[in-house]
Design a protein around this ligand. Structure first.
Ligand SMILES: Cc1cc2nc3c(=O)[nH]c(=O)nc-3n(C[C@H](O)[C@H](O)[C@H](O)COP(=O)(O)OP(=O)(O)OC[C@H]3O[C@@H](n4cnc5c(N)ncnc54)[C@H](O)[C@@H]3O)c2cc1C
Ligand SMILES: Cc1cc2nc3c(=O)[nH]c(=O)nc-3n(C[C@H](O)[C@H](O)[C@H](O)COP(=O)(O)O)c2cc1C
Length: 462
């Protein structure tokens, strides 16, 4: 991305360089950010400066809109097709048919005999001969192509809020495979898994609707429309895919409803799904999915006749991969070079649905026990601390994590922290003052100035 921008913004580029380019830019932004759709606007302007011709005005989609990005994206895409049809003098009906499922991959189920009697050629020309047990870490395979992927093991997983406090926050101590240098402000990306409870629920819904897919069903995925992600280029049990690849907490989108409507043969369910997939049904879809934060499993349970038509290929179309989650590092590699600590707020909240909602990664992290392992990688943070300058550090709640990293590091290097002032805020001194002992010790032994605001330690809210 950086290279693309550097080249595109090059000062020596001729102003007619892109004179034969016709283009359209659709920005997917969020107007709660001060630079709303900044990248899209900049791209649109630069392409014009280099002689490109706008096929249609820039679309500025806004995630804050009640209908989400669709409010702008839908009419914009429709107009784009009209313009393309104009340029190529084709009829608009010649464009991709919308009532077909265009499957990303070719997915096949391997029976045990195939596995033992034949060897299977994958698209990447790799021969698979190993019996696919349930893998501990699907993403461990990424280490073959990415040296940055690490596997660490849990040393400690300690709650930093009192047991009677509503929120569970964890200080998680992870042992690194070897000493690694990292800096305050750096983050780690973690690959979470679905809980076994969710995995069992997934199979239960399939079986209740007579879908014959099981945890030990062996699946082989090869390229069809797009390249198969590296970790899926191996024979896997469905359980591994369900537990570690698909996000079972995923909130179905309009496109999910569209695919389900295409496989549905039940009149009532199909009608409802078509409505959810239509432009006019978006407010209703928002009420059904986004407001209560319904997940894909609940939707499949709500549409049993449609679910009964699901096959392995469709699952790859309606389910999304689990995204890795970033966490600020709360420790210093100067004091603990063989480990990292992160401070994780466990996301759990109620909606109008009976069952509480939870955050996929934070809930999974909170369940980890000593010696359990995690797949992660480091990323340089954009949050940089200047050396040798007095510092005012403001970080309430888990926002204090990178500040703790910085203060622990500085205390090891310089000992004296009298030039640093930490402003921390939470509800109660005795309930959710994370890493209190550390900050009190740094104050006592290293002269750190600590200012705390406890908003609910008195009768009035501060
Ligand atoms: C650079 C960076 C650093 C970060 N550092 C930290 C850190 O140090 N510590 C930390 O705890 N997190 C940190 N995060 C956040 C972290 O990456 C995850 O987003 C967070 O843990 C939630 O992930 P999850 O998988 O548990 O929840 P998800 O499954 O992703 O669900 C979270 C979603 O739930 C919804 N939600 C949450 N609470 C409510 C509510 N009360 N009502 C309605 N909806 C709600 C929100 O829409 C939210 O998007 C950081 C994020 C970034 C970008
Ligand atoms: C770290 C971060 C920075 C973002 N910065 C901007 C921004 O500057 N301008 C903007 O319009 N949207 C910004 N967004 C919003 C995204 O473009 C996107 O609309 C939003 O994240 C919703 O899409 P998603 O559901 O795929 O995350 C940002 C999002 C994130 C996570």
């Amino acid at each position: 991305m950086k290279i693309f921008w550097r080249r595109l913004l090059g000062k020596s580029l001729r102003s007619d360089l892109l004179k034969s380019l016709k283009y359209g830019v659709l920005g997917l932004g969020d107007s709660s950010y001060s630079k709303f759709n900044f990248a899209a606007k900049k791209l649109n302007k630069r392409l014009a400066q280099l002689g490109g011709k706008e096929l249609l005005p820039i679309g500025l989609a806004d995630d804050q809109h009640n209908l989400g990005i669709d409010a702008v994206a839908d009419p914009w895409i429709k107009k784009l097709w009209e313009e393309i049809a104009n340029v190529f003098k084709i009829s608009i009906e010649d464009k991709i048919q919308e009532n077909l499922i265009i499957e990303k991959y070719r997915v096949s189920i391997l029976n045990k005999r195939d596995l033992y009697t034949s060897r299977l050629l994958m698209s990447s020309d790799r021969w698979i001969i190993r019996h696919p047990d349930k893998l501990d870490h699907l993403y461990e395979k990424e280490r073959e192509v990415n040296v940055n992927i690490k596997i660490g093991s849990i040393i400690e997983n300690v709650r930093t809020t009192s047991e009677d406090y509503f929120q569970d926050v964890r200080l998680i101590n992870i042992l690194l495979p070897f000493n690694i240098k990292y800096d305050p402000g750096d983050i780690i990306y973690i690959r979470p898994k679905n809980s076994m409870e969710q995995v069992n629920r997934f199979f239960k819904i399939l079986h209740e609707n007579n879908v014959e897919l099981y945890s030990d069903t062996m699946v082989v995925i090869t390229k069809k429309e797009i390249k198969v992600p590296f970790v899926l280029q191996q024979c896997l049990t469905l359980e591994t895919i369900v537990e570690q690849y698909w996000d079972l907490n995923f909130k179905p989108r309009r496109s999910t409803m569209h695919i389900l409507s295409l496989i549905s043969e039940n009149e009532l369910e199909k009608e409802k799904l078509c409505e959810f997939a239509s432009p006019s049904g978006q407010e209703e879809l928002y009420d059904y999915i986004n407001r209560p934060r319904r997940n894909i499993l609940e939707v499949l349970a709500d549409f049993p006749y449609t679910t009964s038509k699901i096959n392995i290929g469709v699952l790859f179309e309606i389910l999304s991969p689990i995204r890795p989650r970033p966490y600020s590092i709360a420790s210093s590699s100067k004091t603990t070079p063989d480990r990292i600590q992160i401070l994780v707020a466990v996301v759990e909240f109620k909606t109008r649905l009976l069952e509480p909602r939870f955050g996929l990664c934070s809930k999974w992290l909170s369940s980890l026990k000593e010696n359990n392992t995690v797949v992660f990688w480091f990323q340089k943070g954009t949050f940089r601390f200047e050396d040798n300058k007095p510092m005012i550090l403001i970080g309430p709640g888990t926002g204090v994590a990178p500040l703790r990293s910085f203060l622990l590091e500085k205390a090891t290097e310089e000992r004296d922290l009298k030039e640093c002032a930490l402003f921390f805020g939470c509800r109660n001194r005795d309930k959710d003052y994370h890493c209190r002992e550390d900050f009190e010790r740094l104050s006592r032994e290293n002269n750190l100035k600590v200012f705390c605001a406890f908003s609910r330690d008195q009768n009035y809210k501060m």
